[in-house]
Structures are given as structure tokens and as C-alpha cells.
Write a protein that binds this ligand. Sequence first.
Ligand code: MOS
Length: 732
Amino acid sequence: MKFETPSGDNPIDRMTVVGRAHTRIDGPLKTTGTAPYAYEHHREIANPAYGYVVGAAIGKGRISAIDLAQAKAAPGVVAIVTADTAGKLGKGKFNTAKLLGGPEIDHYHQAIAIVVAETFEQARAAAALIRIDYARADGRFDLDEALKTAPLTGGSSDEGSASPGIDRVGHFEQAFAAAPVKLDAHYSTPDQSHAMMEPFASIASWRGDALTVWTSNQMIDWGRGDLARTLGIPKDKVRLVSPYVGGGFGGKLFLRSDAVLAALGARAAGRPVKLALQRPLIANNTTHRPATRQHIRIGATKDGTITAIAHDSGSGDQPGGSPETAVNQTKKLYAGANRMISMHLAEIDLPEGNAMRAPGEAPGLMALEIAMDEMAEKLGIDPIAFRIKNDTQVDPEKPERTYSERQLVRCLEDGAKRFGWSRRNAKPAQVRDGRWLVGMGVAAAFRDHINMASGARVRLGKGGVVTVETDMTDIGTGSYTIIAQTAAEMMGVPVDAVVVKLGDSDFPVSAGSGGQFGAANATAGVYAACVKLREAVAQRLGFNSADTMFEGGKVRSGNRSADLAQAANAGELVAEDKIEYGKLDKTYQLSTFGAHFVEVGVDAFTGVTRVRRMLAVCAAGRILNPQTARSQVIGAMTMGVGGALMEELTVDTRFGFFVNHDLAGYEVPVHADIPHQEVVFLEEADDKANPMKAKGVGELGLCGVGAAVANAVYNATGVRIRDYPMTLDKHL
Ligand code: MOS
């Protein structure tokens, strides 16, 4: 089904199942510990061996000698694979550094060997017996140093590929120079780790030249393609299975070393190999969110009209890598006749940077929305009024494009009422509650919605059971549930009558999970397949498909009626289709908007910051399931608090690695850090987006939170911190 014009009325609009709260249909499997995660496919695998990955102990250089003799002779060892014995490996589309390094080392903890043994403990013990001599080279590990000579770069959208340069509208320099009120400020965000609960893990099993890998991956088809490319085998010889993902956060968008090394280990061992990356390896072996150094300039007239806005973001990555696109939102969020947007990318030798939890906008808004708060203060205008004054209903860079839906103003106004914004004292450091200095902050939320083709197969079987198959993943987001709701709505059956099967490359290729594009596109793909199944049902029953209704387990056309189950009496009906998109997203800008409100207390004596309450108001198209969507948003808000107050990978700029590379040293919020969260979804059905009239919402919940916390901290204390995370030492 090609989606080319705004979608009219369709069966989804009945909203008898879709749009309603529904607990997760996979919940019982998870709470009973029976949902099989990557390392747990015991039933499918007989007699596995265990893999242990050895990571490079230098940040840059080469292996001068490697001695495996002792390790090979250790008890239980079945095989050891290094770059010397792996055979020729290709390069995947989505990874920058090699997933099996050696003799050249690109980054610290780059995988250089897999040891396969009868037990995990034997593999680990043998790995410690491998003797490696390194010739260490000088690496570029200091981002600030590297940015001094970093060139401009493009690639400022999720689709990538913009040409290097500066996006200009009007004449920024003149307008900024002439502006009566100006802000010129620098902000920084640190490297961050996904820190997902489930580690990167894979079980690989060969049958002849065909490979099956049970793994933990957000994007099945990308992973399948890259595994085939890396191993140099045809894609149709690779099957990837990932029915449950215990958190990905962008780290599992791509093939990583666990899948490649499990496959190489299994081939060498001649039997299946189970491999989980040990936790202390993950932060440096896999990807992270790159640190940014951002420079924002805003000029305005005295009444608060922005006349000039410039945003530059600098970040670093491995050679051939990409920038953190922290300028994305600044292109679209506020009006302003004179604009200048740019990014710089430094080559550095730290581990590969890549997507993490709303890449681009999350760190970008951490800077922009502090800048807006600072500017409002200079102008003596309420920060909400300042944002509303500079709202735009057209893309500021391309005024011929309007937003499909844009309710930023309502998000801000509605949130202000609910949060009690009128009680905020605009003068900082005025409100005390015992030893706590109390403050409120606000920030706008913005995240693009991305169209992605997405396919599904639906079956109508015995008893009227509807089965959906798609390679879509559920990364803890609720995909199973909203897909079941979609099929139930389309086929007129209860959610219980739908079976959802996900995360298998044997199923039709879906959008996958990332960039908050999963829910809307994957359900639209299921919608498309259900449209075909409805036609097949009508045809088999001899009904006129144009006026056939599906409701309450019945199929009706004119005065004829039948049980849906009846259509499967003569055998299962199968339909497959995908949603594809025309150019509607070129005519309209598809984005999601919100407003975040935060109240903090800062201990007047120690500088410890505690969040007291949070509110998010989101406008993001139709909300397919307010319960799972709320869970997404409160999770995202929690990540925002992490980014604001604690999360930071500490770089050792001498040796080139992240020092705090485990869950003990990398601090994230726990329940006690988040006392109260409220989420409001504004009524919206975006008919320009897809037949579901839905857009992404998960990552929107994170975008802006960091700055809302920062602005609340400023309001509480009068100390303006522009360098995240806002740890207590920064109050001094
Ligand atoms: Mo997301 S960081 O695109 O999984």
C-alpha cells in the first residue's frame, strides 16, 4: 500500500481497540521470566559451547605479537579465533571500526579474539592466558583539542548525506550585530553510554553454510545484511532472531561484535556458540553517544522577537564516522529571519560514536533550551511567553513547507496551567523549603517523525485466530501490544484473538525499532496487510469487499453476515503487504512537539539536586495505546534526568578509553531519584503521517528534559550551569 494523500476515514478511526489503554500482552512472559532473551534460547540449541571476547588493551596502535599456546592448552578450550584465523572479513554498512580488530587497533576494547570453551568459566580463564604485545601509538583522545582543527560536516538529518557546509537563511552576522538583545553562549554534553539492562548477546548456529543467530537487535534486516556482508556470505543464508530485546537505546540498531564473533566461533568450533559481551567490555567495545561542544547565539528585538539564531555543534568520531547532529531542532523549532546552522566533526580515536536515545535532538535541546531560558531572562520575558512569541507554523528554512500538525503552543500553555507555572518566582534563588532551594524550569520538546517502509504478514486461521508476523522488534516499548491492537481493530476481533510474532528475519521486513519511528510505521504495515486480509475474507465469503464490515467477530456486507472464523474453514487465509510512502513528507514537515516542566530542590549546603516533580505534555499524532505510550514517555523523562544530573562517560585522554565502563561506575537514575511524573497527550490525529494517523512519541519524552532540569536548577539557585551533567561540584 502506498500512502500518498492525507488519509481519509478508515477502520482504525473507530478506535474501539486502538487508542485505548491495554496492558502489555507480553507482560506475563516478562514478569515470569519466561520471555526468551538472546542468551536464553535453550530449547533451540543443543550442546552449545561458550564464547568469551578479548578486547584490545590499547586505544590506538597494533598488536606486535600474540601467543595463544597456553590458552589453547587450557582446560575445556574448543577454539580460538583471531583476525589471523578468521579468514577475510567484509565491512558492514553500519559500523565504522572493524568488529574484529587486529593487528591494527582502532579503539580501546575493540574485539581481537574469541575464546570458545565447554563452559563460560573455562573460556574466561583461557582468555586470561592469551599473551599479547602491543605497539602503542599516539591516539587523538581529547575532543576539545581535536575540535580546534575539525572541519565542517554535513549529514544533519537522520537520512544523513547533506553536503558539508553551513545552512544559512538571511544574514545572520549582520542581524546578530544589530540585535538590541543578544546571547552568545557555549554548552557541552558528555559522552554517554546506553547502559541497557540486557547485554549485547548472541547465540550462533551453523547448519552447513546457513547461519542462524539468536541475538538482541533493534533492526533485524540491517543486522542480517551487515552480518552477511561481514562474513562474506549471501544474505539469504543468514537468519536473525530477536523476539525480545532487554533495552537497546540505539546501541542495538546495528550489528556488533557479539554476533560476528559468535558466528566465527561457532564455525571454528563446529557447534553452536553462546556469547554475551561481559559488562565491563560494553562501553568501549560497542557504541556510545558522542560528547558535544555547542555554540549558540540568539539576537532579538526588545519585545522578544528572534531576529538572528545560530547554532554550531562540534563532536568527534572514528575516521569515517558521523557527527552527533545536535543542531537538528534549531532548524525547525523557532522562527527567526536570519539563521546559521553548522556542525564540525573531529576525527578521534575513542570508541565509535553512534545513535543513542534520541540522537541529535536530545543533546541539542539540552543546549538550545537553556539558551532560550537565558535569552528570556535577558529580555525580562517569561520563558513560556518567549517561546510562544517565536513559534512558527512553517519550516523556518523552507517556508513553503507547513507542519502537518504543530501544537507546541498548546503544549506549553496546557502544561503551564497543570504544573502551576504561575506560582514560579522569575527571580532565582528566592524559594526555600527547609534546606532546599526550590525552582521550576520549562523546555520545549521537539523530535522529527520519520517515515519508513514496513511490512507484515497476517493469517486468519482456525477459530478466527489472527496471527501477525513481522520482523519488527519490541525493545521494551510495547510493539507486541500495539500491533495486536491494530490487527484486532482491523479484523473486528478482541486483542485475545490475535497472536503476534516478531523479530525474525523469516518474517516480512519492517521499519524496526529506532528513532521513534517504530510504532507508527510498524502498525501502518500491519494495517496494510490487514486491508489485504479483509479483501481475501470478503472474497472467500462471496461478499462485496467495498462495503464489508468487520466487527465483534462478524463480517457483514449489506444484509449478509458471517462469523469471521467461517472464512478460514476452507483453510488458512494469508495476506502480506507493506506500507510505503509517497512524497507527503516532502510537502509537510512531520514532527512531534511537547513541553517539559520540572521542579527541583537543590540542597543549599551540599549542592545535591533532587527532582521533585515532572510533567510532560506531548502532541505526537494519534496515541495508539496511552498506557504503553505513557510508559515510553516516563522512561524517556527518566533518561532526561540521567542526562541532566548524572550520566557521563569519563574519558581518559592519555590512554583513550572510557574509565567508568560498567554499571557501577556509570550512574543512571533509580526510582528514588524520580518521585513524581505526569504525562499528558494532546488530542491529535495526523492524517498526513500514515493511515494510523500516528507519529513517534517515545523519544519526544526525552527531548528537552535535560534543559528543563537545568533551567529549574538555575531558578532554584541562580547558578547557570552550561556543562552537563550538573553534578554538585559545578555549583561552586
Ligand atoms: Mo534510537 S537511539 O534511534 O534506538
